[in-house]
Design a protein around this ligand. Structure first.
Ligand code: GRF
Length: 188
């Protein structure tokens, strides 16, 4: 069993999808030690409770520095003997403390065909661009924003009459297949 932690900040639908697959055996040899969140109102917390997965709520603003915050996360990760960190909608750059401990063992999913549309509202950026194709990317995490080495991408069409919400749903559906597939390939 490889022990992983999943980090999220908001809705947590990718977290839930991965956790369901672990629990029903479609994603085997992986143990999710806990969900780590940086907001106490993240909907991901409710999803974790339904799945009986422990949650660590660690609020950055209660620490003096980013380094202190990440050192607290490292304590938890160490206690749980976590080997890999899976970012799933975690809206924060990973700092040197976590990177030094886990570099090469942190994955992220980003809802665009990187290197296009890094950063915030990638789906909106693609939607406004006039591009006919977009998608999602799983990559290793480095110190930049969505800059780490690309592992795998999935793509989908952008139709002329799409709404942004429709495009977002299409991308999420890609992600629910892409992320578990990469986790199985890279981590398991
Ligand atoms: C996903 O689209 C992911 O690509 C991005 O943040 C979104 C998280 O969605 N990094 P959810 O919280 O998993 O629903």
């Amino acid at each position: 069993m490889t022990k992983v932690a999943i980090f999220a900040s908001g809705s947590g639908s990718n977290f839930e999808n991965i956790a369901q697959r672990v629990q029903d055996g479609r994603l085997d040899n992986i143990e999710i030690t806990a969900l780590y969140v940086d907001h106490d109102d993240a909907f991901a917390i409710e999803r974790a409770e339904k799945l009986n997965i422990p949650v660590h709520v660690t609020l950055p603003k209660t620490f003096d520095s980013k380094s202190d915050y990440e050192q607290r996360l490292l304590e938890l990760l160490k206690e749980e003997e976590v080997e890999w960190i899976i970012l799933a909608g975690y809206m924060r750059l990973i700092g040197p403390d976590l990177l030094n401990a886990y570099e090469g063992r942190i994955l992220n999913i980003h809802p665009a065909l990187l290197p296009k549309y890094k950063g915030i509202d990638a789906i909106g950026q693609a939607f406004e661009s006039g591009d006919k194709v977009t998608g999602s990317t799983v990559h290793y995490v480095d110190s930049g924003m969505d800059t780490g080495e690309i592992i795998e991408q999935s793509q989908c069409d952008i139709y002329p009459d799409d709404t942004k919400a429709q495009l977002e749903e299409r991308i999420k559906n890609l992600e629910y297949e892409l992320y578990p597939r990469v986790i199985a390939k890279i981590i398991r």
